[in-house]
Every structure is written in C-alpha cells, then in structure tokens.
Design a protein around this ligand. Structure first.
Ligand code: PLP
Length: 460
C-alpha cells in the first residue's frame, strides 16, 4: 500500500484556541462594525486573516533568538542576516526593516517622484498605497487569465509581457523607477510567476533601462511551484531555483513574516551599492541605524534561520499540500475558488458563493461576516473594499474579482482545521439563496481603508 503523506515536522508547543456560540459571535461582529480586523483574536476560533507573522517558528529559530546580539551598531546578528541574504538570495547590500511595507517606504522614498509610473503584476495593497501616496501610478500588467477564477493554468501570477512592453514604450525610463514583480502574486490568488516570465520581464527591463524590483514575500513558495510545474526545474533544489529567480532582479523587498517564517521583520536588498547608500538615509530616519533598521538582533537571527528552513523542499511540500488539501475539500462541496489552489491561501470566489448580494454592498465582505458567524473563522476581503476609491474621482473601485482570502498560517493548524473551514463554507453556500443583502460604509480612511473601515447592514 502506498503510504499517505504526512507533515515533515512534529509539534513541540501548543496554544489553546476557543470555540464560541453563534450568539456571542453575532454580538462581537456587530461591536466590530462588521470589520473582521476589529475582532479580538480571542473571539476567533480559526484565524486565517493572514499568513503574515502568524507562523510557528521552529526549535532552531527559537534557539537562534537566544543568540541574538542586541548591539546598536555592527551586531553579530546583522552579519548573520547579511550572510543568509547573500548566500540564499544573492544580494550584497541590504537594510533591515520592521516589516515589508517599511521596506517599501525606505525604497520608494529613495526612488519615486510625483507622476512616476510603476508597472507590475497586481501590486499588493501596501505597495499600491505607498506608490499612490507619493502621487505615482501603479499600473497592473497581470495576464488577463488571472481574472478567470475557474481557469487552471500553472502560472496565473505572470506579467503579460506585451502589456508591460507597451507601458515601457509609452513612458520614458526616467518616469519608471522600477517594474514591480510580486512573487507569488498575492492579490491574484497566491498564484506563482514562472521562471520564464521572470526572465522575460527582466529582459524587458534591461531593454528599456528600467530596474526590476521583486516583491519577495513568498519567493520560496514561488520556487516550489517552479520546481513542481515548470519544465527543466524538477531536478533543481529550491535554493538553486531561488538563486536563479533573484539573478534577474536589481532590488528586492521582503516581508519576512511570510517565507522567512518570523513573526516580525523585513528588508530591502540591492545589487547596486550606490542605491543602497542613497536608501540608508530613509532607513535611519524611519527605521533605525543601518545594521538593525527596524529589527532586534534576536529577530535578525530568527529571520536568517527561517530563510534557510523556508527554502527546504520538505517544509514547502508540507505547507503547500495543506493549502491544496483545503482546495480539494472545497471541490468536494462545489465551492468556487481561484484555481489552482495558491501557495499560501485559498481565494474563494465570493460572487459565485453569494450570487444574490449586489457588488455595491461588498460581496466578499458579506461572505467573510457569514463565515465568521457560522464557525468563528476569520479571513479577509480582497474585493471592492480593499480596492479603495479611485484617487482622482473618489468613486468606489469594483475589481473584476470579489475574493475572500483564507490565508493559512505556516505550521500552525492541522488538516482537521481545514475540514472545519470547508464544512463551514459549505453551510454558508447552502444558505446562499437567503443571503441577499450586504453592508454599507459608515466610516473609512482615504487610503488602505479596509483595515479600519466601519460598516452597517444594508437596509431593505
Ligand atoms: C506581496 C506582499 N508585499 C508586501 C507586503 C507587506 O508586508 P508587511 O505586511 O510585512 O508590511 C505583503 C503583506 O502581506 C505582501 O503580501
């Protein structure tokens, strides 16, 4: 008999989580103004709001924490992190930051001027926020296939090279501080970008004299998909694939809370010494001195160890198979999601699950509230609320897809939890004919409103 698959780790420490009643949840979500971010974590049974900073560190990472050097300048931990970044990712220069958006802040403060254009593949919301805040434009050049949730193609996160080339032809290089390639493509559903696409995008950048920035939060998951889906990579190690991916990049930003499996941390890395030097001022001003930036020594140690573990095949196989397992349960129940299952999350196609809620009443958000009421599960809306208003017209933007993201924390939940999530979604789906109204906004911020937005039930 063929042996079934099992996780490549065993559990050394546990954290208690608590079920609640529907009545309790009704009260809590009302108090939270129907914004899942406003719930207390104790009011949540299974927390899938993000895979960012929510993973379980390994015994080796915890051991590395104890060896942290907290010196203000020139700490050993800085050099440990520097070595890992050079060895695993191939970058000579870097600045530690407290998380990914801080890396974006340091980099974009250095690079962007008003009116600039930054093409890319579905820029992540903080990336878009940092670009638009500087009165520059984030132009989406993702392949059209990414918006058909039912289409199964191996690299649905790709940039459309024709779209990109048009942008590069239309604007002078001085107006394009960099192309932003996000791997995996979070917003399009945790979908990977192929090595061929990375190569093609890099070649276009070279042709037009523009830098390539890789937003690398989930670079290792991307490498796993290249190994398992792209011809010519099956026999390469994840680390070899990662080195090739970054050989095409000029700059990388990383939210290390994802594929470096730490609770907090990030960095921006450069191949060019001059750009690194220019960025130092913004690191010192906003984060901290250049050898710690926004991080403590112990966190830099854990990050370095996490980069090594996160680029091991067995770990990645366990991780990505768990996400695929949840996808297979949803298949059983006929629940549509962005196919194939992504690296870090399942993105449920909310328009298909709740076909009777009007888009003006925020379909994916409505699904999120229903799933919370059903079983205390918290995910996140990736739809019209996240899309913010158009910076010029101030009208709501309605993206083609209304997705509800169930992000799976690394090494934190078991497949029994995945079974509960799938069953709860099925129960909501079975009630879809009764769910006809969503929510209206009562309070919002001008940028990245989803974190703090307040809502009320739409009235009949
Ligand atoms: C692709 C991508 N880029 C950037 C970020 C921002 O990172 P952080 O949350 O660490 O600020 C995220 C976070 O989710 C992300 O997914």
């Amino acid at each position: 008999m063929e042996l079934p698959f099992a996780e490549s780790y065993k559990i050394k420490m546990v954290e208690t989580i608590r079920r609640s009643t529907r009545e309790e949840r009704q009260q809590w979500i009302k108090e939270a103004k129907y914004n899942l971010f406003n719930l207390k974590s104790d009011q949540v049974f299974i927390d899938l709001i993000t895979d960012s900073g929510t993973g379980a560190m390994s015994d080796k990472q915890w051991a590395a924490m104890m060896l942290g050097d907290e010196s203000y300048a020139g700490a050993r931990s800085y050099y440990t992190m520097k070595e890992a970044i050079k060895e695993i990712l191939g970058f000579d220069y870097f600045l530690p930051t407290h998380q990914g958006r801080a890396a974006e802040n340091v980099l974009f403060s250095t690079l962007i001027k008003e009116g600039d254009i930054l093409p890319g593949n579905s820029h992540f919301d903080t990336t878009k926020g940092h670009i638009e805040f500087r009165k520059a434009v984030a132009l989406d050049c993702t392949i059209d296939e990414a918006s058909d949730t039912q289409l199964e193609i191996p690299f649905k996160g790709n940039v459309d090279p024709e779209k990109l080339e048009k942008v590069l032809q239309q604007y002078p290089a001085e107006k394009i501080p960099c192309v932003v390639l996000t791997v995996t493509n979070n917003t399009a559903g945790g979908q990977p970008v192929s090595m061929q696409n990375i190569r093609d995008v890099s070649a276009l950048c070279r042709k037009y004299g523009v830098r390539l920035l890789v937003d690398s939060a989930r670079f290792a998951e991307n490498a796993y998909f290249i190994k398992t889906r792209e011809a010519g990579y099956a026999d390469k190690t994840i680390k070899e694939i990662v080195r090739e991916m970054f050989s095409y990049a000029d700059i990388m930003t990383m939210s290390s809370k994802k594929d470096a499996i730490v609770n907090m941390g990030g960095f921006v890395a450069f191949k060019e010494e001059a750009l690194w030097q220019k960025a130092q001022m913004f690191c010192i001003m906003n984060e901290g001195f250049i050898t710690y930036g926004g991080m403590s020594g112990r966190d830099m140690n854990a990050l370095a160890q996490g980069l090594d573990e996160g680029t091991e095949f067995d770990y990645l196989e366990t991780r990505i198979r768990q996400v695929a397992y949840l996808g297979s349960k949803l298949d059983e129940y006929g629940i549509a999601y962005q196919r194939p299952a992504g690296g870090h999350a399942i993105f449920v196609d909310a328009k298909k699950v709740l076909p009777n809620v009007p888009k003006e009443e925020f379909i994916a958000q409505t699904l999120g509230v229903e799933l919370y009421l059903e079983a205390g599960i918290r995910g996140v809306e990736v739809g019209a609320i996240l899309a913010d208003r158009d910076p010029v017209t101030r009208e709501n933007r309605y993206p083609a897809l209304e997705l509800f993201r169930l992000a799976i924390p690394r090494r934190a939940y078991t497949n029994n939890h995945m079974d509960v999530i799938a069953a709860a979604l099925k129960n909501v789906y079975d009630r879809r004919d009764e769910i006809t109204r969503g929510y209206r906004i009562t309070k919002e911020l001008p940028i990245m409103r989803h974190f703090t937005i307040e809502l009320k039930k739409a009235e009949r």
